[in-house]
Write a protein that binds this ligand. Structure first.
Ligand code: FRU
Length: 496
């Protein structure tokens, strides 16, 4: 049974979609069907397709009462929008259906677990959002909210755990058929923690323990946890709010944190060994992973950041896009990311150059475009006298350019979108420390009209940023202060 509120939302998005003039969109990054999109939700494989839901406010291009948008794909790159899956239409979620995840139940149905939000008047007159965890069961198109919702509420919190910051369940099925779930939460003094729950059937949940605690290290509230085994290690991803910067590793504001360690399944004990940022760029948050049928661990994040996402023009008919799906691995104790291999099937029009000398500014015949996959291999042209700076500039004409530049003496990589057409005083640049031996660096740059994702040194680091330069501005040039020797291969990424 669909509610009137859901039917109205479905009708609205259909009508609105028809009214939106055809305008350029990302081709292989999922963007909001209409209105606003934030976090990826419910990333799962069901009935032979990938399902990706998302935090969605169809009625405007700004955040509002959260729905779950829905899209399906067979290759994680070409997405088909389906009708909005969840609307805030019950007493226990009337102010929003926040982030969550999905599993396939033994009877073949698809189960979504999400955070239900209800505003509650406080004794001092203020309103706060109480958060509980709820279920909806469906067939890949229509979802019915579970009669016993919520299935996890404040009764299942550790002492001092906040019922206002208690959200974003990520659940998975264990080999023995039982379920586990991790959730973001805050202590009484507003410090992030990840809670672990268990269930024999996905419906009845029991609080187990605090799986990981921030202890004041990385921001405050920890949103959107994900927890999985990878290459013999255990990974905990969280998105901390209110971060303070730490060197070039963590920046101010909302960040993404990857804790790598080991996990004792008998005692549910996670032992941290290392920490790092997930994405070193400007726009990346709230990632979620899936274990694909072929065993790959694939991650998708929201390619935006909370500090700037509300500064766009109000007349935009859609706002928000996902990152590329990225295959994860652990090498030398670090999280590596590579674009999903399915992207290679979209490559066409190869243009290749080897051993190009770059001094000052050069352009290369055939190297241009705004939907491209370009690999650069950069080394000093003179080993005795290493170049001081190398840049690649794209989305470029006489007025505009966005750039990625590298200074080997400092080993700093910088993305700069100051000249991408932005009229706001938002963050336009970000620097990160990269690994480079004697001026050698590998970059794989993926452009899809309104974004750049730079995979550094075979995915050891990734730098993502959105840009809004008109898609027709498609020039690319290279610059060196000193002498650089470079190999380039560029493919167009066309809609297959
Ligand atoms: C993260 C987040 C989640 C929440 C959702 C609300 O970006 O704040 O914690 O569930 O967005 O839209």
């Amino acid at each position: 049974m669909t509610s009137q509120i859901l039917r109205d939302a479905r009708k609205y998005e259909e009508e609105r979609e028809r009214k939106i003039a055809k305008e350029p969109r990302p081709a292989f990054h999922l963007s909001a069907r209409v209105g606003w999109m934030n976090d990826p939700n419910g990333l799962s494989f069901y009935k032979n397709e990938y399902h990706l839901f998302y935090q969605y406010h169809p009625f405007s291009a700004y955040w509002g009462p959260m729905h779950w948008g829905h899209a399906v794909s067979s290759d994680l790159l070409h997405w088909k929008h389906l009708p909005v899956a969840l609307a805030p239409d019950m007493d226990y979620d009337r102010d929003g259906c926040f982030s969550g995840n999905a599993v396939v139940l033994p009877d073949g149905s698809h189960m979504l677990m999400y955070t239900g939000v209800v505003k509650e008047a406080q004794p001092d007159g203020s309103m706060r959002e109480v958060q509980t965890q709820c279920l909806a069961i469906g067939d890949g198109m229509d979802y019915e909210k579970y009669a016993e919702n919520p299935v996890i509420d404040e009764k299942s919190l550790p002492e001092g755990g906040s019922r206002f910051d208690f959200r974003d369940p990520k659940l998975w099925k264990k080999a023995d058929g039982s379920y586990r779930c991790v959730m973001g939460n805050c202590t009484a003094d507003h410090d992030g923690q990840v809670l672990l729950y268990s269930s024999p059937d996905g419906f009845h949940w029991k609080y187990e323990k605090i799986l990981a605690a921030n202890r004041g290290r990385f921001g405050r509230m920890w949103e959107c946890p994900d927890f999985f085994a990878l290459d013999g290690k255990q990974v905990l991803l969280v998105s901390p709010q209110d971060m303070m910067p730490q060197g070039f590793e963590y920046h101010n504001g909302n960040g993404t944190l990857c804790l790598i360690g080991s996990y004792d399944e008998e005692t549910d004990t996670f032992t941290e060994e290392k920490d790092q940022t997930v994405d070193y760029g400007i726009d990346f948050y709230a990632p979620q992973t899936i274990l694909a049928p072929d065993g790959r661990r694939i991650m998708i994040g929201w390619m935006q950041n909370w500090d700037t996402c509300n500064l766009h023009a109000p007349e935009r008919p859609w706002f928000g896009q996902m990152s590329l799906p990225r295959e994860l691995s652990i090498k030398n104790g670090r999280l590596f990311q590579q674009p999903v291999k399915e992207l290679e099937a979209m490559r066409s029009n190869e243009v290749r150059y080897e051993n190009v000398s770059v001094t000052d500014v050069i352009k290369l015949d055939g190297i241009k475009g705004r939907r491209i996959d370009m690999e650069l291999s950069v080394r000093p042209g003179d080993e005795e006298n290493i170049y001081r700076k190398f840049s690649v500039r794209f989305a470029q004409d006489d007025i505009y350019q966005t750039s990625v530049s590298f200074r080997p003496y400092e080993s700093i990589l910088k993305v700069d979108r100051k000249h991408s057409g932005s009229r706001r005083a938002i963050i336009h640049q970000r620097r990160s420390l990269v690994r480079s031996e004697a001026g050698r660096l590998k970059l794989r740059i993926i452009l899809d009209y309104f974004s750049v994702e730079v995979f550094v040194n075979d995915g050891e680091q990734v730098v993502s940023a959105t840009l809004y330069t008109e898609p027709g501005v498609d020039g690319i040039s290279f610059y060196a202060d000193g002498l650089v020797n470079m190999d380039v291969v560029k493919y167009d990424l066309t809609e297959a």
